[in-house]
Write a protein that binds this ligand. Structure first.
Ligand SMILES: *Cc1c(COP(=O)(O)O)cnc(C)c1O
Length: 424
């Protein structure tokens, strides 16, 4: 076969041969907890690899042992997901949060310093500030508009610069679509790396990956996904993924084996189905988003639209956008004229677009960050991040763009308070 086929062409075939399963065109669901060894010698040899007693021989693959360690649905999914990010290896988890927490636990030790971009996903923020703190890992946040020099100074000011061991980035930031420069973070990582201790960079690429951004190409060591979002894409599964080079993923998978938070065969089977339509879904979502953003941008009842397709071309963000992304994506945030009352009136009036958190699915979803996804953020930080009472976040789905615009438009009409009639 041609050896430079595109990922979307390989999503129906890669890493699976029908002759393995009675000629089944689709990967069957392997509902088994354990696998028979042909001989005792084979079992011994599989375990030697699984427990790192010996190194893999060339072309050797880890044999199937037990579904907490590996399972065909898990492995085929991991192999296919690698194609989009051109990663050596991948580890799939039962949630995005387990992908994130397992990675941070593997690469940080008590006494270490973690640098992270703020704002970050609520669950990640809580894990960093409460759990990691409890086990003696200090964390320091930086904002997307801070310069390299300012961030280096922030790290120096902690007095623990020599313990910096990980940089965790989420870009674009949720819900404001602020961008973090991965290359700049790589320079910071290099600045603090020592020959015995390299500072690793993880990027949560849930918003733009795996189609529109591949952080490994920009200097990241690890890419993380909530596969619940675009990768799953149908709001019917919770899952996560971590990708990187062989050595990094070996460490992540080893900890996964002992935490036992790998994805189930059924979760993987659903994700394998989703990957077949990943590209057409995401492309349609992005083109719909562009049409909606254009509509919102000129609407008199909208104060401002935060969308990667609407960045000021002279801004630093625009330069980062051009460097890191190949699409403006399908997440739009916007400020309606008014406050919480107007925002709620708008949300309550939508007919087609569903009022729910989460994102990246076939159906459009809308929510109010200040009182929902970011309710836990203190009011001072909310203000600093631009999470105002009149901010709405919209995840655009695959519906007809005209229908979505109709829905937004009719809800805005109802949102507008009736003009007070002067009684003469
Ligand atoms: C949803 C989400 C997560 C958490 O993923 P789960 O699958 O819900 O555990 C992490 N990061 C981002 C950016 C997300 O949107």
């Amino acid at each position: 076969m041609k050896n430079n086929l595109s990922p979307e062409s390989l999503m129906m075939t890669h890493a699976y041969k029908p002759e393995w399963s009675e000629g089944a065109v689709k990967v069957p669901l392997f509902l088994t907890s354990t696998f028979t060894f042909k001989t005792a010698e084979e079992g011994k040899s599989f375990f030697e690899l699984a427990y790192g007693i010996r190194e893999k021989e060339q072309e050797e693959q880890l044999g199937l042992i037990y579904s907490r360690i590996n399972n065909p649905n898990l492995e085929i999914l991991e192999n296919r997901l690698c194609l989009w990010d051109k990663a050596d290896d991948c580890a799939i988890f039962e949630s995005g949060m387990s992908a994130i927490s397992t990675t941070l636990l593997e690469f940080l030790n008590p006494g270490d310093l973690l640098l992270f971009s703020s704002p970050t996903y609520g669950g990640t923020d809580h894990f960093i500030k409460h759990f990691l703190q409890k086990i003696g890992i200090e964390a320091i946040g930086f904002y997307p508009n801070q310069s390299k020099e300012e961030i280096i100074q922030l790290i120096e000011n902690t007095g623990k610069a020599n313990r910096l061991s990980h940089i965790y980035i989420e870009t674009p930031a949720n819900p404001t679509n602020d961008l973090v420069d991965i290359k700049m973070c790589k320079e910071i990582a290099n600045y603090f790396s020592k020959s015995q201790k390299e500072v690793f960079i993880s990027v949560d690429n849930t918003y733009m990956g795996p189609l529109w951004s591949n952080p490994l190409e920009h200097g990241a060591d690890i890419v993380i996904y909530s596969a619940t979002k675009y990768i799953g894409g149908h709001s019917d599964v919770i899952a996560g993924a971590v990708l990187g080079n062989t050595a990094v993923i070996k460490r992540v998978k080893t900890l996964r084996t002992f935490l036992g938070n790998m994805a189930s065969p059924h979760t993987c089977w659903l994700l394998l189905r989703s990957l077949e339509t990943l590209k057409i879904r995401m492309e349609k979502q992005a083109s719909n988003a562009t049409e909606i953003a254009d509509f919102l941008d000129t609407h008199p009842l909208i104060d401002k639209v935060l969308f990667l397709g609407k960045l000021d071309k002279s801004s630093k963000s625009y330069q980062i956008f051009k460097e890191q992304y190949s699409s403006s994506g399908a997440m739009i945030s916007f400020y309606v004229k008014g406050g919480e009352e107007e925002a709620f009136r708008f949300l309550n009036q939508l007919k087609l677009i569903k009022l729910a958190v989460s994102l990246g699915s076939t159906e459009s979803l809308v929510q109010h960050p200040a009182s929902m996804t970011h309710a836990g953020v203190c009011s001072e930080l909310k203000k600093k991040l631009g999470i105002e009472e009149n901010l709405i976040r919209l995840s655009v789905g695959v519906e007809n763009a005209k229908d979505l615009i109709w829905d937004v438009n009719q809800a805005l009409h109802v949102m507008k308070p009736e003009p007070v009639l002067e009684m003469i």
